[in-house]
Design a protein around this ligand. Structure first.
Ligand code: ADP
Length: 258
């Protein structure tokens, strides 16, 4: 308990940032980064000054999802964030080659994150979205403890196995007294692009039930939709590039609750 307290005292601050919100998931591949990007875009559309920090040091995907190439410039110790669609962004992916594996151990990861929070010229931001590394291991717990988070959003697919891990995420944040804003069900209903038939490939409604059972809010569902995947891969977040479509509407409904 004392070590935890010492850790909590050693907080990593991001000057000028009003609120830091973590987007987390119990496991990888559920759409955490896609949700983080489109949530950031949604908050920007609501008129907020937004940044996104890719804390997924081992598998940074934000540069690709935002279509950002090139490297950030530096003023002395301070790095200038990159920008896409009016949202500021920082990622380890801007600093190392795409094919270079990060072979760092925990403490180095924490110091990289510390620099990406403290030594980046974020400017005045209303919200900094942090795309957390997947899972609920030591690094995630340390981050949840050391970064002064205003709250967190947990992303899950409707499958039981993913929801089990999402519950671990909830418990992790509760343990360190970070408010959980709620759960998002991603890859929910699949609508056939040819005939419009709806199917529930990973199930449906599981996240809402889990949220209710665990006493957290349900923030909404995002369909399993080829346009979400394509726009992510193209670096053209759907909330900005097809702002009137049903996919953007799903993300905007979530952004309004965060
Ligand atoms: P995570 O951050 O949880 O590992 P990603 O956001 O990288 O997951 O998503 C994994 C893959 O699934 C990506 O190729 C992404 O484009 C795709 N994806 C995410 N959400 C959806 C969705 N709602 N519909 C279709 N594809 C999606």
């Amino acid at each position: 308990a004392r070590a935890a307290e010492a850790g909590a005292g050693n907080r990593i601050l991001a000057p000028g940032v009003k609120a830091i919100v973590a987007v987390a998931s119990g496991k990888g591949g559920v759409g955490k980064s896609t949700t983080a990007v489109n949530l950031a875009m949604g908050l920007a559309r609501l008129g907020k000054k937004v940044g996104i920090l890719d804390a997924d040091i081992y598998g940074p995907s934000i540069p690709r999802m935002l279509g950002i190439k090139g490297k950030p410039s530096a003023d002395g110790r301070t790095l200038n964030p990159m920008e896409a669609f009016g949202v500021k962004a920082m990622s380890m992916g801007f600093l190392v080659d795409e094919d270079t594996p990060m072979i760092w151990r925990g403490p180095m990861v924490m110091s990289a994150l510390e620099q990406m929070l403290r030594d980046v010229a974020w400017g005045d931001l209303d919200v900094l979205i942090v795309d957390m590394p997947p899972g609920t291991g030591d690094a995630q717990l340390t981050m949840a403890q050391r970064v002064p988070l205003a709250g967190s959003v947990i992303v899950s697919t409707p499958q039981d196995i993913a929801l089990l891990d999402a519950r671990k995420g909830l418990n992790m944040f509760r343990k360190v007294d970070v408010p959980v804003f709620g759960l998002v069900e991603n890859m929910s209903t699949f609508v056939c692009p040819n005939c419009g038939h709806e199917s529930h490939i990973f199930g449906h409604g599981g996240a809402r039930r889990t949220a209710e059972k665990m006493g957290m809010d349900f923030l909404g569902e995002v369909p399993l939709d080829i346009r979400v995947r394509e726009t992510s891969d193209e670096g053209l977040p759907i909330v900005m590039t097809d702002p009137d479509g049903p996919q953007a509407a799903a993300y905007m409904a979530i952004a309004e609750k965060v």
